[in-house]
Design a protein around this ligand. Structure first.
Ligand code: ZN
Length: 316
């Protein structure tokens, strides 16, 4: 109930702020801020079925909304950069420096997001998860949605299952998923793995101006891993990606989870930037002094443009 009231208040604040022009006013004072605007998947009616978008609908933004958000930022004087550009000496003179990025490596970044980015000449960064590209791993939420859908459960029940498993640690969650496989006699179909890009497609994106970064190997919470596995996620993912794509400078921690140890290891591994899940814009000072827990702005599915504007400028 409390949550609902809070949500209601936020809704009123968002709308009032946008319609009274407050958001734009705040937007005009952002010379010393850096915006990292992050997405996972961009969906389009044309290929939703082929890409099984229903398995990750909760992190998929409509192509039209994505374009509206880019156009809004363009009109409001944002300058689009990549993480590599943050090393520029004239960064403080750049107006509203903004990085558009994507986590995980969904195939629709190539099919749906790239044409929009190209049309508006906007660069972007893609944080790839090595295991998803290699087809050795899958996001557990996608796997579970697929299994339960195959078992015939309805949308409501599937989402309830997901919520229940979200609170568990990795081992307990995996054992619950195994129990579901046995109970319903269902297995993951290999075509589910093809909703992610492959290495060749990532190279194609690089040719089209994408910057590539690391999002680990297995897409596990780094904070739950022992030192040897943490080293693999941070260091090995970097060398694997660099072996195939070329030098990378940034890492996006899966689920944004980070701590001092993870930040230090990332720095020692040779990254220059690390992206957490803290919400909002970054102060230029933080980019220059402690760039291993950068904050992000994450437009959600169905967010109105007014909500996007307020999230962008007001750090609510
Ligand atoms: Zn991710």
């Amino acid at each position: 109930m409390k949550k609902l009231i809070k949500k209601g208040i936020k809704h009123v604040v968002v709308n009032t702020a946008y319609h009274s022009g407050l958001a734009k006013l705040f937007g005009s004072f952002h010379g010393q801020k850096v915006f990292c605007v992050g997405y996972h998947s961009i969906r389009d009616d044309k290929n939703e079925e082929k890409l099984d978008t229903s398995l990750y609908h909760n992190i998929s933004v409509k192509k039209k909304d994505f374009e509206d958000q880019l156009v809004f930022m363009k009109k409001n004087g944002h300058t689009f950069l990549t993480f590599k550009d943050l090393e520029r000496k004239d960064l403080e003179k750049i107006k509203k420096p903004t990085i558009i990025f994507f986590d995980d490596g969904f195939k629709d970044v190539l099919l749906n997001a790239l044409p929009v980015l190209k049309k508006h000449k906007i660069p972007a960064t893609l944080f790839v998860t090595v295991g998803l590209l290699d087809r050795t791993h899958i996001l557990w939420t996608i796997k579970l949605r697929y299994l339960l859908k195959k078992a015939g459960l309805n949308h409501k029940h599937i989402e309830e299952h997901i919520m229940k498993l979200k609170g568990l640690d990795r081992e307990k969650r995996n054992s619950e998923i195994e129990k579901i496989e046995t109970k319903y006699k269902v297995k993951l179909d290999s075509h589910c793995l093809d909703i992610f890009l492959n290495w060749q497609e990532v190279l194609q994106l690089k040719k089209d101006g994408f910057e590539i970064g690391s999002h680990g190997i297995q897409h596990e919470k780094f904070s739950e891993l022992d030192p040897a596995n943490l080293h693999k996620e941070i260091n090995d993912s970097k060398s694997i990606i660099e072996g195939k794509i070329g030098k990378i400078v940034a890492i996006s921690y899966p689920y944004g989870r980070t701590n001092e140890k993870i930040k230090n290891m990332s720095k020692q591994a040779g990254y220059s930037y690390g992206l957490g899940t803290g919400h909002g814009y970054n102060k230029l000072h933080d980019i220059l002094t402690g760039p291993f827990d950068l904050k992000r702005i994450t437009p959600g599915p169905g967010d109105s443009l007014s909500r996007f504007a307020v999230e962008l400028y007001m750090n609510i």
